[in-house]
Design a protein around this ligand. Structure first.
Ligand code: NAD
Ligand code: G6P
Ligand code: MN
Length: 442
């Protein structure tokens, strides 16, 4: 690899693009960059971000080449890293994922339950397309993928692009590690040594030590059992009321297994009744995102473009941006740091499906990742994970085989859906709403 790197952000019009660019620019001493490109298939959305980023780059780092494009050849030629963050169907379809299940008495959520399944059926094709562009135009590159639902996307990459250089990741446990670090008087997630296993948005921390090997779990457990993650200072992400509710609810999620610290997303599986009671069917999370993050990011960019300068602008840097940039740097510079990645199990959790994509710690260097085995897992987690991984596998099979039956099975198997009858009613509505995006099911 070159010693100055070239990056393309796929899904360049994402609300997270300015943060990632800000983070890249903040780390040039550790991770030198010669070129940043944005690629998106929505020219107008991307131009709003791209135009502003162009001004920032010109003012602050004119030595870095920058462009934004909707042409795959231009976007993916001569790159070392593809940082992917697509949302196939954008917020318009997230809105449907969140609101359709509610009509049938089931909560609607971006990556879990029926909403996550619908999103998965849209994402698979989009992510595979990006992998194929990368392999055509820059066959040596790595793709670091944030595109959700990461569990389903990861299973699709395992099935359909097993040899591709793709690493699927999630920022949730990182945000939680910032919060746990704060609980014990530390600052950075990298100050913690951790063990963790599970599926994406479906996992548990089993150990947290400081770098001297001191066990921090007792102190963290004490804290989480009382207030969840609600009062830990995080990374600047996830600050709105609905997230605070999730962070607080983590104390009840924790109660199910006081030996471990749970991922916040388990709330949706353990307390779906609570989630439903606390949902306004007319105003779900996507509305909050559009009113806050999307509005803030796009108005900041518009301001830069109108003024023709970014001199008074500071981009906020958070866990999401830190994590993907640190991971790219670990691959490029062979740092061998520990990251939580979504990877083929293949024995890392010995009493669990070897063909599952699991989220576990790995050491990352220039040849990729080395998994750190997590050992045998208890019956409770194993049972939950077996059901959930089957849902995810059935979705990918349904996509590959264009199978209505398998998708109906996936929805029926999801612990978030009460019966096959409800599963079918939701499915039929989702098919109608996703006509433009899903393969036709037979
Ligand atoms: P967003 O809608 O603002 O941005 C997504 C962009 O992807 C849009 O500009 C859209 O036009 C583009 N896009 C859609 N389909 C495309 C395709 N086929 N080719 C190229 N571009 C395409 O969304 P956002 O809220 O900024 O989130 C971006 C993504 O990051 C989502 O998938 C979200 O779920 C994911 N995310 C993941 C994590 C994680 O933990 N893994 C964390 C945060 C966000
Ligand atoms: C966390 C998860 C992501 C998810 C995001 C949703 O960061 O790890 O996978 O996409 O939350 O956040 P939002 O603000 O879009 O609801
Ligand atoms: Mn995630």
């Amino acid at each position: 690899m070159a010693n100055k790197y070239s990056i393309v952000i796929a899904g360049g019009g994402s609300t997270f693009t300015p943060g990632i660019i800000g983070m890249l620019l903040d780390n040039l001493d550790k991770f030198p960059i010669r070129s940043i490109k944005l690629y998106d298939n929505d020219e107008d959305r991307q131009a709003k971000i791209g135009g502003a980023m162009e001004i920032i780059l010109k003012e602050r780092h004119p030595e870095i080449d920058f462009l934004y494009t909707t042409d795959p050849k231009e976007g993916f030629t001569d790159v070392d890293f593809v940082l992917a963050q697509l949302r196939v169907g954008k917020y318009e379809m997230r809105d449907k994922d969140e609101k359709i299940p509610l009509k049938h008495g089931v909560f609607g959520q971006e990556t879990t339950g029926p909403g996550g399944i619908a999103y998965g059926m849209r994402s698979i094709g989009g992510v595979l397309e990006i992998i194929d562009y990368m392999e055509k135009y820059s066959p040596d590159a790595w793709m670091l993928n944030y595109s959700n639902p990461a569990a389903i996307v990861a299973e699709a990459t395992r099935r359909l692009r097993p040899d591709s250089k793709v690493i699927n990741i999630c920022d949730m446990p990182i945000d939680l590690m910032y919060k746990m670090a704060d609980m014990v008087g530390l600052k950075e997630w990298q100050e913690l040594d951790f063990s963790y296993y599970g599926l994406n948005h479906f996992g548990w921390f089993t150990a947290i030590n400081d770098k001297e090997g001191n066990d921090l779990l007792p102190q963290i457990k004490e804290h989480v059992s009382k207030t969840g993650f609600a009062d830990g200072i995080g990374s600047g992400q996830h600050v709105e009321e609905s997230w605070m509710e999730t962070f607080t609810k983590a104390k009840d999620v924790y109660a199910l297994d006081p030996e471990t610290i749970p991922n916040t997303y388990l709330k949706y599986y353990f307390y779906p009744d609570f989630v439903l009671e606390h949902t306004d069917p007319e105003h779900t999370r996507v509305d909050e995102v559009r009113e806050h993050r999307e509005k803030d990011v796009f108005s900041m960019c518009q301001k830069i473009i109108e003024a023709g300068t970014a001199k008074d602008i500071e981009i906020e840097l958070d866990a999401h941006a830190t994590y993907i940039v640190d991971l790219a740097r670990a691959l490029a510079e062979n740092t061998k740091e520990r990251f939580l990645l979504i990877v083929p199990n293949d024995g890392a959790v010995p009493n669990f499906d070897p063909t599952a994509m699991v989220e576990i710690p790995c050491l990352v260097g220039k040849d990729g990742f080395e998994k750190i085995n997590q050992g045998y897992i208890p019956q409770f987690q194993k049972g939950l994970m077996e059901q959930q991984v089957s849902v995810e596998k059935l979705v990918v099979e349904a996509w590959i085989e264009h199978s209505y039956l398998k998708l109906w099975q996936a929805l029926t198997l999801s612990s978030t859906v009460p019966s096959a009858k409800v599963a079918k009613a939701i499915l039929d509505d989702l098919i109608e709403a996703n006509k433009e995006y899903w393969p036709e099911l037979n």
